[in-house]
Design a protein around this ligand. Structure first.
Ligand SMILES: [Mn+2]
Length: 268
């Protein structure tokens, strides 16, 4: 009975297969939790979705920016980008079933009292409880019949900072951006969507979200996230576990064993 969290798979079926074999994953006993970005860019997004779907209750995920993009693309609200290599998935006769399966996943998943999983991380002024509540707001939206239209309205960068008084579209847009697109945050709490470099190359006015002080976190907390391949799995703080190690770019696919705290990576 082992629970694993896997980094960004991004359509890399070969990598996922290899990793599951390597860890001896047994869907009768073990559980796989993905940090999102299941699809896009890799060679077989359809195969990844088929495999994860087939795991039934042994699989769960949080949604990443590419997963949300799939929902709006499938609804015809966004152009299909050839570089995403989503054609086979979009043409699958089970696509509707897969979309309905994806849209039941949250943006943030609290695994236990001290462990939170989301695609991009935890906005520095949010507690776990707040994060889960904000994630629920989006999950409710994803249950609406016109979910794709609603999600499509949330594309955009503003507002850059969070206030608890935010309402309507601005509030929901910030929540989606914090959970699926965040990397750097300014000292005033503003998200920076342009910077994707390694922290040692970053300008002084922005810091990785996980180095900005969060008053709600203690040494016991841990946050598992993906989305940021240029970190190469390094945050230099044991509370923050960066699991996107860029398999789709020829590097490694990483998973974290929540039972014994081991990190396992396989090479592309
Ligand atoms: Mn991402």
């Amino acid at each position: 009975m082992t629970d694993y969290v896997v980094g960004d798979i991004q359509g890399c079926l070969g990598g996922l297969d290899k990793l599951l074999t390597h860890i001896g994953f047994n869907p009768q006993q073990d559980k796989l939790i993905a940090v999102g970005d299941l699809v896009a860019r890799g060679e077989n997004s359809l195969g990844v979705i088929e495999l994860c779907y087939s795991l039934g209750d042994s699989f769960t995920s949080v949604l990443g920016n590419h997963d949300l993009h799939l929902l709006t693309t499938q609804a015809g609200l966004k152009e299909v980008k050839p570089s995403d290599k989503l054609t086979a998935l979009l043409q699958s006769n089970k696509i509707q079933q897969y979309i309905d399966w994806l849209r039941q996943f949250p943006l943030a998943y609290q695994y236990d009292e001290n462990t939170l999983i989301s695609h991009a991380g935890l906005y520095p002024s949010w507690s776990f409880e707040q994060a889960v509540g904000y994630s629920d707001e989006i999950q409710q939206l994803l249950q609406q019949p016109d979910f794709a239209k609603q999600i499509n309205k949330l594309y955009g960068n503003q507002p850059y900072s969070w206030h608890s008084q935010l309402t309507g579209k601005s509030r929901l847009r910030f929540i989606v951006n914090a959970f699926t697109r965040m990397r750097y945050v300014s000292d005033h709490g503003a998200l920076d969507f342009n910077a994707k470099m390694q922290p040692k190359c970053a300008p002084n006015n922005i810091k990785p979200w996980f180095t900005q002080y969060n008053p709600h976190l203690s040494d016991q907390h841990r946050i598992l996230f993906g989305h940021w391949a240029s970190l190469q799995g390094q945050t230099h703080d044991p509370r923050f576990l960066a699991l996107d190690t860029g398999y789709v770019w020829g590097n490694t696919l990483t998973c974290f064993n929540l039972t014994n705290n081991n990190r396992i990576s396989i090479s592309a």
